[in-house]
Design a binder for this molecule. Structure first.
Ligand code: KG4
Ligand code: ZN
Length: 347
């Protein structure tokens, strides 16, 4: 099997792609729902489902058209069925199943996080991954819902080394932006405000940075951010917005790089990846690249379009798995969490 059509509706982006078994992205088209959720300062699940149901079919048609293909060229369907918002997942899953039945082709339910872990190996006319980057490697998947560190031993073989004990890094970026009145989604706005700011201007906690485990914690930072804004008052916050954002961001970046280095050292891996929405962060990308160069690590971070949620990464996982003879049954359901067999834990 070569080409699959992929559908991603696990959160607030509707995305469809056509991908082949080499990871080549023939097309990827997405509809952002940012404007629909912005008035609420966060994702409203019911609104997400409703918008997916309106956007999905036109995007499928657009993805095929952009790939210059018809259904006759598509040999399978990949769809995110876990983890995510249940109502949002259902829209993609039911559509994928219906199409698979109608077109008489196999389909497979994909774990969204596995998509993020393989996103660095997508390719297109502007991006190709390094050729000699092989298994095993250490990876940090950082998004709005997850912040987890993995030892990646092969396709489908992922060991979870550690994860955030409370809030995900992206969630904390979003909450801090909301406190500052920067709007939603917040990560990219804090990133933008930080440019030119002094990352050492304000002191924020770096919880668990020297902890023995690979786990992380960001809720203390969120509370510290809130306290800092209250102490400073609106005028001073406004005057020092760039310094505040840069300092807050630096605390997250420090923790992420420290944990990545700890895992790379312990697992004697010279190869590391950063992936997920937060890996789009300008400061994290430059600090990680500097770190890798200095310490002799080979680091891969996908281009921005494959860091944030997209169906291309789901298609790549799907086509690899379908080629191994794995496919899903028509009674497959959505799941808000990963399944026990998706990832191995250390314990
Ligand atoms: O992977 P993703 O697109 O969706 C989830 O699976 O959650 O990640 C979304 C998260 C949001 O919290 C968003 O604020 C954050 O990634 N994000 C960023 C940046 N771009 C997106 N955080 C910091 N800096 C950015 N440039
Ligand atoms: Zn994601």
């Amino acid at each position: 099997m070569d080409r699959v059509l992929a559908i991603e509706t696990s959160c607030d982006d509707t995305s469809v792609a056509v991908v082949d078994r080499s990871g080549w992205v023939h097309s990827v088209v997405s509809a952002s729902q940012d404007l629909a959720h912005e008035p609420y300062g966060g994702i409203v699940p019911e609104i997400a489902s409703r918008n997916h149901s309106m956007a999905l079919i036109p995007l499928i048609e657009e993805a095929l058209k952009k790939a210059q293909m018809t259904w006759n060229d598509i040999e399978g369907i990949a769809v995110t069925n876990r983890p995510g918002l249940i109502g949002a997942l259902i829209v993609g899953l039911v559509t994928a199943k219906s199409l698979a039945q109608a077109k008489k082709i196999p389909f497979i339910g994909v774990n969204h996080l596995e998509g993020h872990l393989l996103a660095p190996f997508l390719r297109d006319a502007q991006y190709s991954p390094p050729q000699d980057f092989d298994y095993p490697y250490v990876g940090l998947a950082i998004s709005g819902g997850h912040t987890s560190l993995y030892h990646i031993l092969g396709t489908g073989e992922y060991q979870v080394l550690g994860a955030t004990k409370d809030d995900a890094a992206g969630e904390v970026f979003d909450k801090f932006a909301k406190m500052l009145g920067l709007g939603f989604p917040g990560g990219v706005r804090v990133d933008r405000e930080s440019l030119g700011g002094n990352p050492q201007a304000y002191e924020f906690p770096r919880s668990m940075i020297n902890d023995d485990s690979f786990d992380m914690s960001f809720s203390g930072l969120k509370s510290a951010g809130q306290r800092m804004l209250e102490q400073l008052g609106p005028e001073e916050v406004k005057r020092n917005l760039s310094d505040l954002c840069a300092s807050f961001q630096e605390a997250i970046v420090d923790v992420l790089i420290a944990k990545l280095e700890k895992a790379a050292k312990q697992y004697k891996s010279k190869r590391v990846i950063l992936t997920g929405g937060v890996s789009a962060n300008t400061r994290l990308r430059s600090r990680a690249q500097e770190w890798a160069q200095k310490k002799g690590y080979k680091l891969v971070i996908p281009p921005l379009r494959y860091c944030t949620d997209n169906a291309a990464m789901i298609g790549y996982v799907g086509v690899l798995r379908l080629n191994r003879g794995e496919f899903s049954n028509i009674d497959l359901g959505p799941s808000p969490r990963s399944l026990p067999q998706d990832f191995r834990s250390l314990k």
